[in-house]
Design a binder for this molecule. Structure first.
Ligand code: ASP
Length: 442
């Protein structure tokens, strides 16, 4: 197949054109035109993905759970998944801490720039603090309470309640297993056919991925640059080193930790894994949302990497909501960076507190754009660094959000592959692009 017909190359092309157009638009002051005529295509693409997320979780998880022969298997897969998720996040946060302590980006920010950044972003910083306060007020068991919805339709109506949908789906699946076969069959057939349909819908939405990605990147660039394109260069001058620290950490986690885990625990060739997951990574980068990327991650894992539906439909929705390796790593780098820039030394206890709080904060971070920085405030408070310090990094947060979301979804896919392999549920990868093309049947 010619290279340009492959989906990920088309998306990369959209991305590259988006960067070129975005830079041009920022320089020429086409902000309004971009907002009115380009950005909506990005919104349409994201909405299309979000539209399928809930039906996909519901249909495929019910089918997956109902096909489990015994429920012991479900708790075994669940325990394994949560253990590996937490372990990979601890590794990610540790990598973040080592990177920021070695590179020391906080010492590179000129004093004048530090004051200016704090002044410019003071209002945004206090908005994040207020949101973090609300998050902190929740009791320790609130996470469990939130899991159980009081109304099926209310839970399914909001993309923010994916864990509740996971809960409902498991409940329905378990119930179906216990029904007599004649009663269960019609519903099972329905959910099975619904799963197949939704996976085809992902293919349909992905048809506009190159255009959607183009629009998302272009509008992100123009909105970060605002009316003053010189600002990006200025911000990069002061915070470039910090960005490098975050990206180096993320690259280590994505390109070293995951390949090692895949090599140790699965027969999956590394190259196959990355080629299979590439379109999801590109969508994660352009949408900055693991939640919106979930349908693509699931489709790629099931159809291209050979992860069974039973594993992928359980592990991936859970991962998109609680497993945020990239976010945890970024939070560790950002917390230490802010302390360094404010001239505060952090001892061993503070650094260990960062590991603990960043792991918990990343679990509590929603898979939506910009959620990571709100939980960062909680970490700063835990180590005694003024939370107004987030003002220092707000200017470049959107860009780093894009990169950390790639790591977030790659971590989910890696764990799904490991769990599938350990359960003997990893089929042969299929990287032919045959299914990406929509065939019109006569
Ligand atoms: N945007 C990230 C995600 O959706 C969360 C964050 O770090 O802000 O995965």
């Amino acid at each position: 197949m010619r290279w340009y017909r492959r989906l990920h190359w088309q998306i990369i092309l959209g991305l590259a054109l988006g960067v070129v157009y975005g830079a041009l638009a920022a320089a020429q002051g086409w902000t309004d035109f971009t907002r009115d005529w380009i950005a909506p295509f990005g919104t349409i693409f994201i909405n299309g993905l979000k539209l399928i997320a809930v039906p996909l979780i519901l249909a495929s998880l019910v089918t997956g759970v109902a096909s489990l022969s015994d429920l012991k298997k479900l708790s075994r897969i669940g325990g394994k998944t949560i253990f590996i998720y937490i372990a990979t996040t601890v590794v990610a946060v540790t990598i973040g801490l080592v990177t920021v302590n070695v590179l020391r980006p906080g010492q590179q920010v000129p004093e004048a720039m530090r004051l200016e950044l704090q002044e410019t972003y003071a209002a945004d910083a206090s908005a994040s603090e207020a949101l973090a306060d609300t998050a902190k007020e929740r009791g320790p068991l609130q996470l469990l309470v939130d899991l159980v919805p009081e109304n099926f339709f209310a839970a399914a109506a909001s993309n923010g309640s994916m864990l509740q949908v996971v809960f409902i789906s498991i409940l329905i699946g378990v119930g179906l297993v216990q029904l007599p076969e004649t009663k269960a069959k019609p519903l099972l057939d329905f959910f099975e056919s619904a799963t197949a349909l939704v996976l085809r819908l992902v293919d349909l939405v992905m048809l506009i991925a190159p255009l959607g990605v183009f629009a998302l990147i272009a509008s992100t660039i123009t909105s970060v640059a605002g009316d003053d394109p010189g600002r990006i260069a200025q911000l990069m001058g002061a915070l470039g080193y910090y960005c490098v620290a975050v990206v180096v950490g993320l690259a280590l986690q994505t390109l070293v930790t995951y390949p090692i885990l895949l090599k140790l625990f699965t027969p999956m060739p590394i190259r196959t894994f990355y080629t299979g997951i590439a379109p999801a990574q590109l969508v994660a980068f352009s949408t900055s949302s693991s939640g919106a990327t979930l349908p693509v991650t699931m489709e790629r894992c099931e159809e291209k990497l050979g992860v069974s539906e039973e594993v992928s439909s359980f592990v991936l929705p859970l991962g998109a909501t609680i497993n945020m390796d990239g976010t945890g790593l970024y939070q560790a780098v950002a917390a230490v960076f802010i302390a360094q820039a404010l001239g505060m030394g952090l001892g061993v206890t503070a650094q260990l507190t960062i590991v603990l709080t960043a792991v918990l904060a990343s679990i509590g971070t929603a898979g939506v754009p910009g959620a990571g920085i709100i939980m960062l405030v909680v970490i700063l408070e835990a180590i005694g660094v003024p939370s107004a310090g987030v003002a220092l990094i707000l200017g470049v947060d959107r860009i780093l959000d894009m990169t950390r979301t790639i790591t977030n979804i790659t971590g989910d896919a890696c764990v799904a592959t490991i769990v599938a392999s350990s359960e003997g549920q990893l089929g042969r990868p299929d990287l032919s692009e045959e299914r990406d093309r929509i065939r019109i049947r006569a």
